[in-house]
Design a protein around this ligand. Structure first.
Ligand code: GDP
Ligand code: ZN
Length: 344
């Protein structure tokens, strides 16, 4: 009898092992196996990442052990945190402490949109503002093409709505400015994190840091959430002609109409179907002028062909890891995610 291969998702890396969450439970409802990584994955240059879809062999169900035999092609790869097959970025911004700043929110949204992943938006700390303030922001962000969820980790309001949204199949990574409540939110969504923090601080005393990899936690049958937030200081993408596509409300306008000139940069030009009468037009214009001033278009970064085929689209979140070589300068246009500030 032909046996179906056992497949699963890498949810954590630990030394030479990885934990694989099985696509289908093993005997006795076994959910996960601890797996060694076969050397030939390494030799062919393939490094296993959290989020990778793998097939397994050498399975010892009793001991809960196996080996990763094959890595499936990736749909995306974030660099920070290192997560393969991420499908969704959850941008978190606060309604207070820090005050919401439309320019900063827009920057984060643009950086998130530049990855080509699905973008979701959360307004945190709603317990700190009167209702009309929340309502006004919800309406405003809807006008930007988003369907934001307002929530408070302090009162628990909105958490269930977010849980439901994140339970849709896919892998989610949080991002947003410092202090908006990303860690608090992760702790609220993943109860196991609090237990881990408690265990670590008990054993190692407070203040000691343990380096650890990103880990994925299940929020639904096919839904995972990374326990580590991503970028917190976004940049604009480099190509001015790509900027419009990063504004959902502009995408909408460009879908239902066409500008007179094909290379229209939508700056109130004659025959422009986007126009200038929209909330974020000043932000668009400012971003565009910045990009034009820095001569952005020539620097569109394209990946070397092989890499593009192997893992597409490449999503780079950390510029520090990038060597400033000519090769790099040709890299993907989907750019604009910047390194963390040294002070964060
Ligand atoms: P991060 O930097 O984005 O990870 O933010 P943290 O999770 O560290 O939170 C920053 C501060 O905001 C902490 O003092 C939290 O206690 C506080 N905070 C987080 N969520 C909420 C909330 O829903 N309401 C209120 N009032 N404070 C919050
Ligand atoms: Zn136009």
């Amino acid at each position: 009898m032909e046996q179906e291969p056992v497949t699963g998702r890498v949810v954590a890396l630990q030394a030479n092992f990885c934990r694989v969450r099985l696509d289908r439970d093993g005997p006795g409802q076994q959910l996960e196996l601890l797996c060694v990584r076969r050397t030939r994955l390494g030799k062919s240059g393939q490094q296993v990442h959290v989020g990778d879809q793998v097939s397994l062999d050498g399975i010892d169900w009793t001991a809960g052990r196996a080996a990763v035999s094959r890595l499936f092609p990736r749909s995306s790869r974030l660099l920070r945190p290192a997560v393969a097959n991420c499908t969704r970025l959850l941008v978190v911004v606060a309604l207070a402490q820090p005050e919401p700043d439309p320019v900063q929110i827009t920057r984060f949204l643009l950086a998130a949109e530049a990855t080509d992943l699905q973008v979701e938006l959360v307004l945190s700390k709603i317990d700190l503002v009167p209702r009309p303030g929340l309502e006004a922001w919800l309406v405003r962000l809807k006008g930007w093409g988003y369907d934001p969820i307002g929530l408070s980790v302090a009162t628990g309001e909105g958490l269930e709505a977010l849980r439901q949204r994140l339970a849709e199949p896919g892998i989610t990574v949080l991002c947003g400015p410092s202090g908006v409540g990303k860690s608090s939110l992760l702790n609220a969504l993943i109860p196991a994190l609090q237990l881990r923090v408690a265990a670590v601080s008990g054993r190692l005393q407070r203040g000691r840091h343990t380096t650890r990899h990103v880990e994925l936690f299940a929020l639904g049958p096919e839904a995972l959430l990374a326990d580590t937030p991503g970028f917190n200081r976004p940049d604009l993408p480099l190509d001015p002609s790509r900027l419009a596509a990063l504004f959902p409300e502009m995408r909408q306008a460009l879908r239902s109409g066409a500008c007179r000139y094909r290379n229209c940069l939508h700056r109130g030009d004659p025959g422009c179907c986007v126009g200038t009468d929209w909330d974020r037009y000043p932000h668009y214009l400012q971003g565009l002028e910045e990009l034009l001033a820095t001569g952005g278009s020539g620097a569109g970064r394209r990946l070397p062909e092989q890499e593009v085929q192997a893992e597409r689209p490449e999503v780079r979140l950390d510029r520090r890891q990038r060597q400033p070589s000519r090769r790099r300068l040709r890299q993907s246009e989907q750019e604009g995610l910047s390194p963390p500030s040294p002070t964060d």
